[in-house]
Ligand binder design. Structure first.
Ligand code: GLC
Length: 754
């Protein structure tokens, strides 16, 4: 298809029309020149294809029946690249069957605070995990002819005032944390489109940010796809077009089209910029044309797959005395309205009209030979917070009668959603009270929490076992019952830290910000990067999760950038293990985390089976972003490789020596302190010659005699923070500022080989 030729035949008005959606979900078409349209739809973990127009129905319910898979927060706990690829394939099958060309996901914004209302829809607090898993999701979807939209690019880490917040974040933090996941996904998976976010970054509206949408995304990362706005996220259409925001969504009823035409005609906008955007838009339509013969997906098959996915997304956090799995067909109390009305997805644009939804209670009852007693324990209607004494008393009696209980509790849907943030990390008081009252009477109590992000657990020490099931998708009943009864072995591991309480979180004083401004004062230290650096105890660490079996780690070998380890299933049942590799940097020019995730592999092992797991590292595994050169830098020194089953359980370590062949040299100025010249290796080539010119005469010979062990020298050490400009006074008037500047210029010339 000769798109440039097509564009050459289009009028300016036609081109302008293409720069915003035809309506809420379609790209424009142009029958005159045979340019087809395509339809896009949410969402990241299930198809939300509207069956009515926005005018007919704003509500999320009027969408086609589809499979609601676990939300990203749970998917990330699988640590399973193949699973995410398979999920992408399943999503593509349903999208194709509904003639959808672009699926609006995945969402990979970092979990800066546990309070973000959309954390359920995002992967992790770690950019490497989020980037690698979302890349597989994108590959899986796009392998079957459906495009994706990686979102929300970038630094969209809260819902509070999301359309107008200004994220104030330093460049190193941006690169290492908030852009890094997007960089991995863009480079590895080439998403069909990118959806930019609503917010500003350092005062720069993302929709108008050439630096972000063009310089970084396209010129540095090589992205060639189409960039679209989030819905109603366009600010100034003309400036945004120049910045690289190709498509405004949804359509603008011609208002923006006119602005574009007017700007071109008035010479404020080069028509070539319009052509560039139209070319990307039309290329997207051609590249992702729907298959009109595509059959509707088999939703029953999809639902079964959803259960398999769900099993790997739920995390066993506690299992004292191996009370789980339950496998003795004795009476069991299943407590909690969530067992009857499970919360299996989040609210907002990702909301799916699920074709099937498991009845958790039914699944739990069937698998236990019918010997299950139920009590709701709390209500999900009306006041969900205030404990209902009658419901609690009934639940306690039911649990006492059976002698053991599985309580389904967690966050009701209104506690977290797109478009608003959580007020705290607390569960409803009714749920906490229910758990406290039951564990008092029934020690063998298992708690299963449903929710999209970390919660405080005041009763944690009192319960025997705990699953965090996240929002496990529409097959949640089969998934959790298979895990509870041991038909499946838990393998989920947390993709975010569960702090003891919100006040421990590094963003506590800077979330959700003051007015529109949100200061990312914690820098790169979000999640485990913070808690480990500050040695703050947490309830559950990043990468943590229990199994019904055990694994041993042996024989770490490092050969260049290749690292291998041997992992053995030392238990009695088969299981999967997310093997994690972290890198710890030596003392650095900047403050760096204790360790950072730089590799992971999920493996299956039969009891007694061993496998060798291989990791391939690269420079970026060791680098930090050096704002002095606006590039990544691997500093010289000894790096530590950590391998294990979680960020706090890394039994295997090895060291790797790195040499920085291009160390940063700060040019000497009159404000360079003595200590830098005397101690930094980069100044060694000029140190003696330079210092002999500027030191007080009395010191020169002495320093020469004792060498540059300046700490011993009485006249030097006190001056260690003195700067070069003070050396004029050291020489009793025999050195002028002009002489000093000459010595500095000579030294710099030698340092920079000029
Ligand atoms: C919403 C969301 C975005 C979604 C879009 C279309 O505002 O931010 O994730 O894809 O609009 O519904």
């Amino acid at each position: 298809m000769d798109i440039k030729n097509i564009i050459s035949q289009m009028t300016l008005e036609e081109k302008a029309r293409f720069c915003s959606g035809a309506d809420e979900w379609h790209i424009e078409k142009l029958d005159r020149l045979g340019v087809p349209t395509v339809m896009m739809s949410d969402g990241p973990h299930g198809l939300r294809k509207k069956v009515k127009t926005q005018a007919e129905s704003y509500f999320y319910g009027d969408t086609v029946k589809s499979t609601c898979f676990p939300s990203a927060a749970g998917l990330a706990c699988s640590w399973n690249k193949e699973l995410l690829y398979g999920l992408g394939e399943a999503l593509a099958a349903e999208a194709k069957g509904e003639q959808i060309s672009i699926l609006l996901g995945p969402g990979i914004n970092m979990k800066r605070s546990p309070l973000c209302g959309r954390n359920f829809e995002y992967f992790s607090e770690d950019p490497y995990l989020a980037g690698k898993l979302s890349a597989q999701y994108i590959k899986g979807v796009q392998a079957h002819g459906v495009g994706t939209s990686l979102k929300h690019f970038a630094v969209n880490n809260q819902e509070h005032r999301r359309h107008c917040t200004n994220a104030i974040v330093d460049m190193r933090t941006l690169r290492e944390i908030y852009l890094a996941a997007f960089e991995i996904a863009v480079k590895e998976a080439k998403p069909a489109t990118i959806m930019h976010s609503y917010n500003c970054i350092n005062g720069d509206q993302v929709s108008k940010s050439k630096w972000l949408l063009n310089d970084i995304l396209r010129e540095e990362w090589g992205y060639e796809g189409m960039v679209m706005s989030d819905w109603n996220g366009m600010n100034n259409r003309v400036v945004s077009l120049e910045a690289g925001s190709d498509l405004e969504m949804p359509g603008s009823f011609g208002i923006r089209d006119a602005q574009i035409v007017k700007a071109v005609k008035e010479g404020r906008l080069d028509e070539k910029v319009v052509d560039r955007a139209v070319e990307r838009i039309i290329k997207t339509s051609y590249n992702w044309q729907p298959d009109e013969n595509a059959e509707k997906a088999d939703l029953v098959k999809s639902h079964a797959f959803c259960a398999k996915v769900g099993e790997e997304t739920m995390v066993l956090l506690k299992n004292d005395n191996n009370v789980l799995p339950i496998c003795d067909n004795k009476p069991l109390a299943v407590i909690g309205e969530f067992a009857k009305t499970p919360r299996y997805q989040g609210g907002g644009s990702s909301h799916v009209n699920a074709a099937f939804v498991d009845d958790v209670l039914e699944c739990m009852t069937e698998r236990n030979g019918g010997m299950v007693e139920f009590a709701s324990g709390y209500t999900l209607e009306g006041d969900v917070n205030t404990p209902d004494e009658a419901l609690i008393a009934e639940a306690v009696e039911t649990a006492k009668k059976c002698g053991r209980a599985v309580i389904f509790a967690g966050m009701p849907s209104k506690f977290e959603s797109e478009s608003y943030d959580r007020r705290n990390m607390k569960l409803p008081e009714s749920h906490n009270e229910l758990i406290e009252r039951i564990v008092k009477e029934v020690p063998e109590t298992v708690v299963v929490l449903l929710g999209g992000s970390p919660v405080e657990m005041p009763w944690l020490d009192k319960v025997s076992a705990l699953f965090y099931a996240y929002l496990g998708g529409c097959a949640i009943g089969k998934a959790i019952s298979r895990l509870i009864y041991g038909d499946a072995c838990p393998s989920g591991k947390l993709a975010e830290t569960f702090p003891v309480k919100l006040e421990h979180n590094p963003t506590y004083l800077n979330f959700p910000g003051v007015g529109n401004d949100v200061v990312y004062a914690e820098g790169v230290f979000i999640g485990y990067r913070y808690y480990q650096k500050k040695q703050i105890d947490v309830n559950f660490s990043f990468g943590y999760g229990l199994s019904y079996t055990t694994f041993s780690y042996d024989e770490i070998k490092v050969d260049g950038d290749k690292v291998t380890v041997k992992v053995t299933n030392t238990g009695k049942v088969a299981g999967k293990e997310a093997v994690q590799l972290y890198v710890g940097a030596p003392a650095s020019y900047v403050e760096r985390p204790v360790k950072e995730l730089k590799g992971f592999e999920k493996i299956y092992l039969e009891p007694g089976e061993s496998k060798t797991v291989e990791f391939e590292l690269c420079d970026r595994s060791f680098a930090y972003y050096d704002v002095r050169i606006n590039d990544w830098r691997v500093e010289s020194g000894e790096y530590t490789i950590y391998v294990g089953g979680s960020s706090v359980d890394t039994p295997l370590t090895a060291t790797v020596e790195k040499v920085d062949n291009n160390p940063y040299i700060e040019p000497i100025t009159i404000n360079t302190p003595v200590i830098d010249i005397m101690t930094l290796p980069v100044y060694e080539p000029i140190r003696e010659e330079f210092m002999m010119k500027i030191l007080p005469p009395v010191s020169r010979e002495k320093v020469k005699e004792i060498g540059f062990f300046y700490k011993k020298h009485p006249s030097i050490y006190p001056r260690r923070y003195h700067t070069m400009r003070m050396s004029v006074r050291w020489n009793d008037g025999n050195m002028t500022e002009e002489m000093l500047m000459q010595y500095i210029d000579e030294a710099n010339a030698k340092l920079f080989n000029k």
